[in-house]
Design a protein around this ligand. Structure first.
Ligand code: SAM
Length: 206
């Protein structure tokens, strides 16, 4: 998968929007590793939750030119940046300023991607709409992620796939147990140690 062009973004805009980092590229690498699986499923509608700069959903749109891509972010400035990244790379994207995936029709997305705010913090730090929403994950770094997990069965098509980036502190085994109870199988696609952080991407499907 190609890395999208990002030179249109001013460095100071990253004071307000998450700057693509190792986790963003690990999610892209996971999708690349799963390319044959994804191509075989011929996805039509794809959503990235919390798209930040838009680099992940744009990379996806470049690899799957026929798909209809959407993204959400709680941070308005991230939505503007995502839209602009997609436009500069000639990817058709609708970036929506929204909390998680509240307002979408049921059973619509073939692929859902999420690189969440995963850092373990006090609950009070979690739930902002600015740059803090990029990292503050509350208890177990999972407060935002856990809310999304509950919504996945309703928003994903029956053959759909959900890709989620986690770190070890998020207790991936617990996430797997929650998704199993919701009727999903799971696999860890890729793992990488970044400084002291063990990052991984899990895939969930029925
Ligand atoms: C770790 S950043 C990832 C950004 C981008 N996807 C990437 O990989 O570079 C997490 C993103 O999730 C967004 N976010 C946090 N809470 C959210 C929520 N409740 N609904 C939608 N987006 C949210 C943040 O604003 C931020 O852009």
């Amino acid at each position: 998968m190609e890395t999208p062009y990002q030179n249109h973004i001013d460095k100071e805009d990253f004071d307000h929007v998450y700057e693509p980092a190792e986790d963003s590229f690990l999610l892209i690498d996971a999708l690349e590793k799963d390319l044959q699986y994804l191509k075989a499923r011929n996805p039509t509608f794809c959503l990235e939750v919390g798209s930040g700069s838009g680099v992940v959903i744009t990379a996806f749109g470049m690899a799957f030119p026929g798909t209809f891509c959407m993204s959400t972010d709680i941070n308005y400035k991230a939505c503007v940046m995502s839209q602009s990244t997609a436009n500069h790379n000639k990817v058709s994207l609708d970036a929506v300023n929204m909390n998680l995936i509240d307002s979408f029709t049921d059973n619509i997305f073939d692929v859902i991607l999420f690189n969440p705010p995963y850092v373990v913090t006090e609950s009070e730090e979690c739930g902002g709409k600015d740059i803090t929403a990029s990292w503050a994950g509350g208890v177990k770094g999972r407060e935002v992620t856990d809310k999304l997990l509950d919504m996945i069965p309703k928003k994903l098509t029956h053959n759909g796939t959900f890709y989620l980036l986690l770190i070890e502190e998020n207790i991936p085994d617990e996430v797997a147990a929650i998704m199993s109870a919701l009727g999903f199988k799971f696999e860890t696609i890729i793992k990488r140690k970044v400084r002291n952080e063990q990052q991984l991407v899990m895939k969930f499907y029925r």
